[in-house]
Ligand binder design. Structure first.
Ligand code: IP8
Length: 244
C-alpha cells in the first residue's frame, strides 16, 4: 500500500522570510513520520520561502518559463537546499529518507503535459527507503524552464505508483469555506470554485484552487489537513477535507 504525503512549503518554512526554515514544525512532522512507520511512504515537499521567493524574483511560474541559467539554478538550488534540510530532520529521526530531484527526472511537452520518471521512486520503496521529492524547476518544450509544483508531483506519483492514500499537509486544517470552516468533502471543483480565491503573490503555483484541481484528477481519495493531523492521516484516519 503506497502512501504519498506532501509537506506544504508554507508548513516547513517561514513563508514571508526568504530561505527560512520552520524548524520546529519540520522536526515535529519528522517525528510523526518516524513514529507512524508507514510502509511504502513517499514524501514530497513544496517550495515555501525557498523556491517561491526565487521563482517570483526571476519571473518564472508553471506556465511562464525562463532560459537564463542563473535564474534556473537559483530556483533549483534553493529547492535542493530545502530538500537537504528536510532530509536531515528525517534522518535525525532515523527515517531512511533519500533525495529525488525532479528537475533531473521530469519534462513538460509543448502542451504543458508532465512526464516524470518514477522507476527510481518505486525501486527505493521496494528497497525500504523513503523517497523525498520536492517542487522544482522543469524543462518545458517551447518555454525553457518552468516551475513544477509539489502538487503536480503528488498527482503524477499518485497515478504512476497507484497510491492508496494521498495527503497534503497544509497550514490550514483543511479546505476552508467562506466562514473559515473546514469543508469535509469535495467531489467537484464547481462545488468550491467561489470560495477558493487566488493565492498570495509569492505562491507562483496557484495555492489551494490548483491543489483541489490536481487532487480531483487523482484516481484515489486525497486529504488536505493541518500539521496536527499528520499522525491521524498516517494512522489511516480521514482528517481535514476529503477530495475525490
Ligand atoms: O510549493 C513550488 O512547489 P509548491 C516549487 O509545491 C518552486 O508549489 C520551485 C517554487
Amino acid at each position: 500500500m503506497v502512501t504519498v504525503l506532501k509537506l506544504g512549503g508554507s508548513v516547513v518554512t517561514e513563508k514571508d522570510r526568504p530561505e527560512t526554515l520552520d524548524d520546529d514544525t519540520l522536526a515535529s512532522l519528522s517525528a510523526a513520520i518516524a513514529a507512524a512507520d508507514v510502509e511504502d511512504l513517499v514524501v514530497v515537499h513544496g517550495g515555501g520561502s525557498f523556491g517561491h521567493h526565487h521563482a517570483a524574483e526571476r519571473g518564472v511560474s508553471s506556465t511562464e518559463g525562463i532560459r537564463d541559467v542563473d535564474g534556473v539554478m537559483a530556483v533549483h538550488g534553493a529547492m535542493t537546499t530545502l530538500n537537504r534540510f528536510v532530509l536531515s530532520r528525517l534522518h535525525a529521526e532515523d527515517v531512511p529518507a533519500l533525495p529525488v530531484h525532479p528537475f533531473s527526472a521530469a519534462a513538460r511537452d509543448a502542451e504543458g503535459e508532465l512526464s516524470l520518471m518514477t522507476d527510481q521512486v518505486a525501486t527505493m520503496l521496494d528497497e525500504g527507503f523513503v523517497p523525498v521529492l520536492h517542487g522544482d524547476g522543469v524543462v518545458h518544450a517551447g518555454e525553457g524552464v518552468t516551475v513544477l509544483s509539489g502538487d503536480e508531483i503528488v498527482a503524477a506519483l499518485g497515478d504512476a505508483l497507484d497510491a492508496d492514500r494521498v495527503g497534503l499537509c497544509s497550514t490550514v486544517p483543511g479546505v476552508l469555506d467562506g466562514d473559515d470552516e473546514v469543508i469535509p468533502r469535495i467531489d467537484a471543483f464547481d462545488e468550491v470554485a467561489d470560495v477558493l480565491g487566488v493565492s498570495d503573490a509569492t505562491d507562483v503555483t496557484g495555492g489551494m484552487a490548483a491543489k483541489v484541481r490536481e487532487l480531483l484528477a487523482l484516481g484515489s481519495p486525497a486529504y488536505v489537513f493541518g500539521p496536527d493531523d499528520v499522525d491521524a492521516f498516517l494512522a489511516g484516519e480521514e482528517p481535514g477535507t476529503r477530495i475525490g
